[in-house]
Write a protein that binds this ligand. Structure first.
Ligand code: DGY
Length: 340
């Protein structure tokens, strides 16, 4: 534990936890107002360590790697807010947090375009076999230009893109697809308004219809008990043998073992994965395959966006500790309760 305020540990400033490494300037700014317990070593806390850390602070900045449930906050009597540096918040047990009067916040919007860019990049790398081609060159296998004996991919332009999960990021990907002349179909828990559908030129279809008709499928839906294994062997079997599948949503939305088996069997053409079941572990069956592009959960990882995410999480944390409503409060009913 690196505490930039070691010499001020008797200060009257409120104590906060920054559970993972953040940009030094952001940490220094926080230290002006708070006694900061920081973790610049960036080693993920064990559940016991996290519980102990949370028991000593009024607010915490965490990431998706920190599970905030009843156990984690048991004993955190003074904790008012846990601010996620992430738009997804499946690491939060929100009912447990609300029951303990702990506000929960996330970082929407600031990462939408960066993440949509990455979704498109991963889609292109997957369909056009970019990483596989690079490995091929590095392995010294490229000895001549060839019409047929070069890595041949699948076209994106004028193909049909299926997006499952049509929130802000899904819509961002759909808008990018317009530039490639793609036809966009989508499936979502609820249908978009007519004007939003028009803005992305996207048509609503059932999940099965989408899987059967899309040349490329991109997953951007939140992880919940309901979305667990949205894509498994049965769903992959509906897809075209020439199709690609890209997951930038969350591990657990795809049954990774079933996907590896399908990629090996040629049930679909290729996959691009930024997220994995049990990450940072990757199913060893996936690692054996050349028709899968792997990325270490970096869809939001540009310096500008990661800074914006940290800044927004801090804004949420400061608001809660100032008695104001955090701009991205996930459990707003709690704020009402606390105010009354
Ligand atoms: C997000 O913000 O949800 C990204 O996936 C990082 O966790």
């Amino acid at each position: 534990m690196n505490n930039p305020e070691n010499n001020q540990s008797l200060s009257n400033k409120p104590k906060i936890l920054v559970a993972r490494a953040i940009f030094p300037e952001a940490l220094a700014k926080l230290a002006e107002s708070f006694e900061v317990r920081s973790n610049q070593a960036d080693q993920v806390f064990t559940p016991q360590e996290l519980q102990k850390e949370l028991s000593e602070v009024v607010g915490a900045l965490v990431t998706g790697s920190e599970r905030i449930d009843a156990g984690a906050i048991a004993g955190a009597k003074n904790l008012k807010i846990v601010a996620n540096v992430s738009v997804g918040y499946n690491n939060f047990d929100v009912p447990a947090m609300s029951a303990a009067n702990v506000m929960a916040s996330n970082t929407p919007d600031v990462l939408t375009d960066t993440t949509a860019d990455f979704g498109f990049a991963l889609l292109m790398a997957t369909a056009r076999r970019i990483t596989e081609s690079e490995h091929w060159i590095r392995a010294g296998k490229w000895d001549q230009w060839s019409i047929v004996n070069n890595p041949l991919g699948m076209d994106l332009h004028h193909s049909t893109l299926g997006i499952i999960g049509m929130g802000r990021i899904g819509q961002g990907i759909a808008k990018r697809a317009l530039g490639f002349g793609m036809k966009v179909i989508y499936h979502n828990r609820s249908r978009l308004s007519e004007s939003d559908e028009k803005a992305c030129a996207a048509s609503y279809v059932s999940k099965e219809e989408l899987l059967r008709n899309a040349d490329h499928v991109v997953l951007v839906l939140p992880y919940t008990a309901h979305s667990h294994h949205t894509i498994g062997a049965k769903e992959i079997a509906l897809m075209k043998p020439t199709a690609t599948l890209v997951n930038i949503a969350r591990g657990g939305i795809v049954d990774d073992l079933a996907l590896a088996q399908a990629l090996k069997a040629g049930t679909i053409f290729a996959a691009g994965l930024d997220v994995f079941e049990g990450e940072p572990q990757v199913n060893p069956e996936l690692l054996k395959l050349s028709n899968v592009v792997l990325a270490p959960h970096i869809a939001s990882a540009t310096e500008k966006t990661r800074r914006a995410m940290v800044d927004l999480a801090i804004e949420n944390l400061r608001a809660a500790l100032d008695g104001k409503k955090p701009p991205n409060l996930i459990n707003p009913e709690l704020f009402k309760t606390l105010k009354n």
